[in-house]
Design a protein. Structure first.
Length: 238
């Protein structure tokens, strides 16, 4: 049988052209072909639709796989984030015991609130003073109120703060001697600096302050290795 599309000769037992796939049986002969073979006749072109159907099915499967993969990935990511959040909440938060709040706009922030004339809890006092004893000229005069009168040890990268309160205008005086340079400051609770020394071994404090809560601050945060032993005498008078 000769194909009407490509003129290719095809044996009569074939219904479709072996070269181009065209239907070789005329419309009138399709019924006879079906009766001879026992098969139901198909409309022209029906047999060529299966590749398109198969391609569409494969595309649908690929799209479904992508959607499923994205869903599983986002679900696992959310679960991992939830596990991390739960773990972080279950662990106790590490807090520092630094007595200096971060809200003070100075490079020497203000220590926290404590009772009047009380020391900051995390300051380590010197167990063995390594500075000369105080001379009699540094004794606190009669009628003056003591702020600090002792030896203190300041570890590297640390500081010591002493709080005190005045109820009216007061005159603060004092002296300090250190085994190596320290910085000494007088700050209000609001962070206002009334006195600040350079990095020196010894010096004096002499300043007038209004009513309020104040801190005498001995700093050694600039030193990475050396601890400082300081003999400090500070008092105020109304």
């Amino acid at each position: 049988m000769k194909c009407s599309r490509c003129n290719e000769q095809t044996p009569d037992v074939y219904r479709y052209c072996l070269l181009c796939g065209a239907d070789l049986l005329p419309t009138s002969a399709q019924v006879e072909y079906a009766s001879l073979t026992g098969q139901q006749s198909l409309p022209a072109g029906r047999s060529r639709q299966w590749p398109l159907v198969l391609a569409m099915a494969m595309c649908a499967l690929v799209i479904a796989g992508l959607i499923a993969g994205i869903y599983l990935y986002t679900r696992s990511a959310r679960q991992a984030q939830a596990d991390r959040d739960e773990e972080s909440q279950s662990q106790p938060q590490q807090t520092t015991s630094s007595p200096v709040p971060t809200s003070v706009p100075h490079r020497r922030p203000t220590p926290p609130q404590t009772n009047s004339n009380s020391e900051v809890a995390d300051v380590e006092p010197a167990s063995t003073p390594r500075v000369p004893p105080a001379s009699s000229s540094r004794d606190i005069p009669d009628g003056a109120i003591e702020v600090i009168n002792r030896h203190i040890h300041i570890s590297p990268r640390s500081y010591f703060a002493q709080e005190f309160k005045v109820t009216k205008d007061a005159h603060v005086r004092g002296t300090f001697d250190s085994s190596s340079p320290v910085e000494v400051s007088l700050l209000s609770r609001k962070g206002i600096e009334f006195f600040h020394s350079a990095r020196i071994n010894n010096g004096t404090v002499d300043v007038t302050i209004p009513p309020g809560v104040y801190y005498v601050l001995f700093e050694n945060r600039f030193s990475w290795i050396t601890g400082k032993d300081v003999r400090a005498v500070v008092y105020y008078q109304y």
